[in-house]
Design a protein around this ligand. Structure first.
Ligand code: DAH
Length: 349
């Protein structure tokens, strides 16, 4: 048999085999089998040493190799194309398909209420100040006209951490801090929003809650009066709870104000008609307020002959509960996603 015939047999055998190949893997195996060492082509090429016409042998040999290679490459690109087509088909993007929802966090109802309060007072020219949550007895009580042993201290069951240090029970402490900061010289128009702590825990009380405190002090000739206090709280409450909210001032007692008032607002649930929430009165008690006591001015560096002003304070948790119809204060602190999810839209306000 001459070499051309031998080459033709190898080629035919190869073609028979390649026709059976069904995958890239099988093709790769065939390629190794034929072109690798120990394969029929390698074996064939080793016969060159005995070939009478080495040039002819070289040509036949190259033709055989080229033909095998070309067939392999052709089939390889066919398989690759098929694979690509399959992939394109399976990864086809349907632009009309509904998108997956991105989960967005929501602003906590307390923070939302706080932001709103700050916006209201900033729009009226108030400064927003901060104070420490770990307070001293001096600032939380003494400088607010509540000396040691004062019975009104009993109303605020406190967390003392040493004889003179406690978690503040009221943001009123920041009144004293602000007055000292301005050294009895400048008028003050501030609010302070922050956490406060008392030893109580039930559906309407939490051991940690939030208050907003307001303080306005000015020269006496500027006549900061009760009507300013009333007007300010009216704007505050109407903007928080709705334009139809009315206010009722009741004489009360707070050590740091004289005269003092508790302020009720129209019951948000029955709109003043009377219901179980407002105990059939139509009113809900919400704020404490009054004209700053001369002792407080004096103790914190302001001359009561020269300056006067008003103060007010309220619990933000209760305000948020009224505003959003929340029935248990503890929901505000449990981070239950089912609760928080209900506040993920600004336009429910
Ligand atoms: N600090 C009082 C409380 O926690 C609330 C309060 C009442 C604040 C009267 C005031 C005020 O500034 O004038 O019960």
């Amino acid at each position: 048999m001459d070499i051309k015939q031998q080459a033709a047999i190898i080629k035919e055998e190869f073609e028979n085999k390649i026709n059976e190949v069904k995958s890239l893997k099988e093709l790769n195996d065939l390629k190794i089998g034929y072109l690798g060492k120990k394969g029929p082509i390698f074996e064939f090429s080793s016969m060159i040493k005995d070939a009478p016409d080495k040039k002819e042998f070289g040509i036949v040999m190259n033709d055989l190799k080229n033909s095998v290679n070309t067939k392999i490459e052709e089939l390889k690109s066919k398989f690759e194309q098929e694979e690509l087509d399959k992939k394109l088909q399976s990864e086809k993007i349907d632009l009309t398909f509904p998108s997956t929802k991105i989960k967005k966090g929501s602003i906590h109802p307390l923070n939302r209420t706080i932001e709103e309060i700050e916006d209201i007072f900033i729009s009226m020219g108030y400064e927003v100040v901060d104070g420490p949550e770990l307070e001293t007895d001096e600032f939380c009580f003494e400088r607010l006209n509540l000396p040691e042993g004062h019975p009104a201290r009993d109303m605020q069951d406190s967390f003392y951490i040493s004889e003179k240090d406690l978690l503040r029970t009221q943001t009123s402490a920041v009144q004293a801090r602000t007055m000292l900061k301005y050294e009895g010289k400048k008028p003050i128009r501030m609010i302070c929003v922050g956490k406060t702590y008392r030893r109580e825990d039930d559906a309407t009380h939490s051991h940690q809650f939030n208050q907003v405190e307001g303080l306005v002090i000015d020269k006496k000739e500027n006549n900061v009066s009760l009507s300013d206090l009333k007007g300010t709280l009216e704007v505050f409450m109407k903007r928080m709870l709705g334009e139809n909210t009315n206010l009722r001032f009741r004489p009360s007692y707070f050590p740091f104000t004289e005269p003092s008032y508790e302020v009720d607002v129209t019951c948000f649930k029955c709109k003043g008609k009377g219901c179980n929430l407002c105990k059939d009165t139509g009113w809900i008690e919400l704020l404490g307020s009054g004209i700053v006591h001369p002792n407080v001015l004096k103790m914190n560096g302001y001359d009561p002959e020269e300056y006067s002003g008003f103060a007010f304070g309220t619990g933000i948790d209760r305000l948020a509960m009224f505003k959003y119809g929340i029935t248990d204060m503890r929901y505000l602190y449990q981070n239950d996603i089912r609760f928080l999810k209900q506040f993920d839209r600004r336009d429910i306000d």
